[in-house]
Design a protein around this ligand. Structure first.
Ligand code: ADP
Length: 240
């Protein structure tokens, strides 16, 4: 697709959304039989799965920590998840995203409760349209809760950015390509503490505050869907 002259026309974006609107969001908890916890997130064209195993004994044993569990996260994009086939296996980008995912989730976990253990989080991107790291974090947080891992708060995550000089919530790939700024954020929705903030591009000081407000609002909405997904799973289990 060629870059259109404007990304926002009459207050509407290319896909018809207003600047402060999320893409259609669907979250499900407990979708994988063999994982201890799992979740799927669909956000617009993004489709992401998260699976959690543990807390379980850490292997290899030399990585065991005597006084705490270790959280291990692996973000992976399927070769068929993007237009041009992606080369399978880890690359610089997925190593970076795995690292920031771990750092975004760790602050809500009581890792000290599980010495010598590992909690493994696998994030698989099946279809990508920008915002997959934040969708992955959102899915992983639900999967951790589904696994029964004690948490201080949920983690909700979304990207905000700037296109046509306007702050927008939840950029698509086209908006990410042609916009000027992309800022993925993860936060604890109840405590209002930020656990991930990355920025590609830049915001002026007052724009940054407005962008943060947008992200807070987006995360609140995502938090509602995360809670609902967990409630839905619990209700089905109870009736069995
Ligand atoms: P995020 O998915 O968190 O927004 P990026 O900003 O790095 O992360 O990527 C934006 C989008 O670019 C991805 O969601 C995906 O649609 C696309 N993309 C990323 N890596 C590749 C790749 N190796 N090949 C093709 N498209 C990619």
């Amino acid at each position: 697709m060629k870059k259109p002259e404007k990304l926002i026309v009459d207050g509407k974006r290319l896909d018809g959304r207003t600047p402060d609107e999320l893409r259609p969001l669907k979250i499900e908890a407990g979708i994988l039989e063999r994982a201890d916890g799992s979740a799927s997130v669909e956000l617009g064209a993004n489709k992401v799965l998260a699976a959690v195993y543990g807390p379980r004994e850490m292997h290899p044993r030399h990585l065991q920590q005597p006084d705490t569990a270790v959280l291990r996260c692996r973000y992976n994009m399927a070769p068929f998840s993007v237009d041009e086939r992606k080369r399978p296996g880890p690359d610089r980008r997925s190593v970076e995203i795995s690292k920031v995912t771990r750092e975004a989730l760790e602050p809500v976990l009581f890792l000290e409760l599980y010495p010598r253990s590992a909690i493994d989080v696998f994030i698989e991107v099946l279809q990508a349209d920008a915002g997959t790291r934040t969708a992955g974090i959102t899915a992983a947080a639900v999967a951790l809760a589904d696994a029964g891992v004690p948490m201080r708060d949920m983690i909700s995550s979304v990207a905000v950015g700037k296109i046509d000089d306007t702050r927008v919530l939840d950029l698509t790939k086209d908006e990410d390509n042609w916009g000027t700024t992309d800022m993925p954020i993860a936060m604890m929705p109840r405590k209002k503490l930020i656990t991930l903030l990355q920025m590609d591009g830049h915001f002026a000081k007052e724009e940054f505050g407005q962008a943060l407000d947008l992200a807070f609002k987006g995360c609140e909405q995502i938090y509602g869907a995360q809670r609902q997904a967990l409630r839905d799973k619990y209700a089905i289990k109870k009736g069995e």
